[in-house]
Design a protein around this ligand. Structure first.
Ligand code: HEM
Length: 488
C-alpha cells in the first residue's frame, strides 16, 4: 500500500523554493547547442584511440597546453579570484557519472545528474540546511555554521570544521582539495556567522547568498569576461531578471520542463574550466610562508586534512584588500596550464591514475570528447547567429604556438580549423583577450549560463536589494570587501 504524504506547508530551512528554480534542488546536465555535430564527427574521428591521441598531443604531459617551463606570465587578476572561481564551480556543477575514457550517447547527456544545484545558492556552504545536515551546524547556537578544527590535540580556529580524522564537515568535499579553496570556504562560513548576529538563519543565509551573487555578477564576471560581451549581456540580464512572463535573454534555453536549470556541458566541460589556466604552481600563504607549492605534502597543502595553523591564509597576499600591500596575481588566461595541474596528485585523481590521466588539460579535452562537445568554430557561429558581437572567423594564430607543426603532426584533422572547445576558449583568451580576460566565445558561454541563473533563480536582481554599506568599503562591493568583512 502506498501512503501519500501531505506536502510540507513551510519549506525546510535552507531548501526554500525560489521562482523558476529551487535552492538545493538538483538538475541534470544538458547541451546549449544540441543540434551541432560533435568535434569528433567534424574531424571524422570514430575510434576512441584517435580521440585519446589528439587529447594527449594537446593536453597530455609535454603537450601543447603544458606550461613546461613556467613561461606564462601574470594577468591583472588578483590570485584570490582563482580560488573564488573554483569555489563558484563547486557551488554549481558536479559530474560524477560520465566516463573519461568513453562516450556518453547523445540521448543520455540530458539524463546525467548534476550533483550541485545550478543556482548560486551556496549549497557548497549550506548543504541541505540545518535539519538535513546538522553536523555542519553549531548545536548551541541556532543557525550558526561550525568553524574551526581540533585534530590530534592541535586546534585551528581559522580552519573549516573537521571530524577527529581531519575530514572536513562541509557542503562539498572538493572545497578541501587545496589550502586556498579550503580557507575560502572558511571565509564563507565566517561571513554567514557575522550576518547571523543581527538576523535569523534564513535572513543570514539570504544576505550571504546575495552578497556572493553580487560579487559574481558585478566583480568577478566583469574581470574575467571580454568587455564587449560583458557590456552586451549585462543590461539584458538586469532587465530580464525584473521582467514578468516571457524573457528574451539569455538566448539559449537551458531550462528543463520543470523550469530547473540544467548545466550546459559547453560551460562545465569547456568554457568554465578556463579557471585551470589561472592556477599557478606556487602561492604566498602569509608573511611566514611567502611561497608554497599548491600541492605540497610537507606543509599539508595537499588538502583533505587539517590546515596547520601556521599556514592559515592571509588574503592580503592574494587580494587587493589593503592599500600598498603587495599581492600575487593569477596566471595569464591562455592555453597553458601550470605543471602542478599536469601532474595532479593521488588525492585528486586516485592512486592508480595513468600519467596523462593526471594531466588536467588532457582530462578536459577527453571529457569534452566523451560528452560530444562541438568545435569552438561551430559554437562561435551559433553564438554570433544569436546576436553576440562575435567576429567570424577568428584568427587564433595557432601557428604562432611553439612547436605547433611538430605537436600536431599526424593528427587526424587540422586542429586549427576544428578546435576542441576547451582549447578554442583558451587560445581565444590568449589572442583576443590578450591573456587578461576570456575571448568572446568563452565569455558568451559564461554570460548565457550565469545569465540564466540570475534571470530565473531567486537572486538579488529580482529585489531592490543593495549590498550592506558595512561590508562595502570602496565604491562598489568586491571580493576584497567580502573577505575583509568575513575576517571581522
Ligand atoms: C586550484 C586547482 C584546481 C584543481 C586541482 C582542479 C581540478 C579539477 C579536476 C581534477 C576536475 C575533474 C576533471 C575531469 O575529470 O573531467 C575538475 C573539474 C572542473 N574544474 Fe577544476 N581544478 C582547479 C581549479 C579550478 C578553477 C579555478 C575552476 C574555475 C574557474 C575550475 C573549474 C572546474 C570545472 C567547471 C570542472 C567541472 C566540474 C564538474 O562538472 O564536475 N577548476 N577540476
Amino acid at each position: 500500500m502506498t501512503t501519500i504524504q501531505k506536502p510540507l506547508k513551510k519549506p525546510m530551512h535552507g531548501t526554500s523554493k525560489a521562482k523558476g528554480c529551487s535552492h538545493a534542488r538538483l538538475g541534470n546536465f544538458c547541451k546549449m547547442f544540441p543540434k551541432l555535430k560533435s568535434w569528433a564527427e567534424e574531424c571524422k574521428i570514430t575510434e576512441q584511440c584517435e580521440a585519446e591521441a589528439v587529447a594527449a598531443a594537446i593536453g597530455g604531459v609535454g603537450g601543447l597546453m603544458h606550461d613546461v617551463r613556467d613561461e606564462s606570465g601574470d594577468s591583472n587578476i588578483p590570485a584570490a579570484y582563482t580560488f573564488f572561481a573554483q569555489f563558484v564551480d563547486h557551488d554549481i556543477t558536479l559530474d560524477t557519472t560520465s566516463p573519461l575514457h568513453g562516450k556518453v550517447p547523445e540521448a543520455e547527456i540530458a539524463k546525467l545528474p548534476n550533483l550541485r544545484s545550478a543556482s548560486l545558492d551556496l549549497d557548497c556552504v549550506y548543504g541541505l540546511g540545518p535539519e538535513a545536515m546538522p553536523f555542519m551546524f553549531d548545536s548551541t547556537q541556532p543557525g550558526r555554521l561550525l568553524v574551526g578544527s581540533e585534530v590530534d590535540g592541535v586546534s585551528n580556529p581559522e580552519d573549516v570544521p573537521r571530524n577527529a580524522d581531519g575530514r572536513a564537515l562541509i557542503g562539498d568535499p572538493r572545497n578541501d582539495e587545496n589550502l586556498f579553496i579550503s580557507q575560502m570556504q572558511a571565509a564563507f562560513l565566517k561571513f554567514h556567522n557575522r550576518r547571523l548576529v543581527a538576523a535569523n538563519f534564513e535572513k543570514a543565509q539570504e544576505e550571504t547568498r546575495y552578497h556572493y551573487q553580487y560579487i559574481v555578477l558585478y566583480d568577478f564576471l566583469k574581470r574575467v569576461c571580454h568587455p564587449d560581451i560583458y557590456s552586451f549581456a549585462l543590461p539584458k540580464i538586469e532587465q530580464n531578471a525584473k521582467k514578468k512572463g516571457k524573457k528574451n535573454y539569455p538566448f539559449c534555453d537551458i531550462l528543463d520542463g520543470c523550469h530547473r536549470i540544467c548545466m550546459p556541458v559547453e560551460f562545465s566541460v569547456a568554457a568554465y574550466r578556463f579557471g585551470h589556466s589561472l592556477v599557478r604552481s606556487v602561492y604566498p600563504a602569509n608573511a611566514s610562508y611567502p611561497l608554497i607549492e599548491l600541492f605540497d605534502e610537507r606543509f599539508g597543502t595537499l588538502g583533505f586534512g587539517q590546515v596547520p595553523p601556521e599556514l592559515n591564509v592571509d588574503w592580503r597576499y592574494l587580494l587587493d584588500i589593503e592599500d600598498c600591500h603587495p599581492f600575487s596575481k593569477s596566471k595569464k588566461v591562455d592555453e597553458l596550464l601550470a605543471d602542478e595541474l599536469i601532474r595532479l596528485p593521488d588525492p585528486v585523481v586516485g592512486r592508480n591514475a595513468a600519467t596523462n590521466d593526471r594531466a588536467l588539460a588532457f582530462r578536459n579535452i577527453l571529457r569534452g570528447h566523451a560528452l560530444g562537445l562541438a568545435s569552438g568554430q561551430a559554437v562561435a557561429k551559433e553564438l554570433a547567429a544569436k546576436g553576440y558581437p562575435i567576429k567570424l572567423p577568428a584568427d587564433l594564430k595557432f601557428s604562432d604556438i611553439d612547436n605547433w607543426a611538430c605537436l600536431t603532426k599526424g593528427l587526424p584533422c587540422d586542429i586549427s580549423k576544428h578546435t576542441p572547445l576547451f582549447l578554442y576558449v583558451m587560445r581565444e583568451a590568449a589572442v583576443l583577450g590578450m591573456g587578461q580576460t576570456l575571448g568572446p566565445v568563452g565569455s558568451a558561454i559564461l554570460m548565457e549560463t550565469f545569465g540564466t541563473m540570475f534571470v530565473h533563480c531567486d537572486t538579488f536582481l529580482k529585489k531592490s536589494w543593495k549590498p550592506d554599506p558595512c561590508v562595502v568599503r570602496g565604491k562598489d562591493l568586491t571580493l576584497a570587501d567580502f573577505m575583509a568583512y568575513a575576517k571581522g
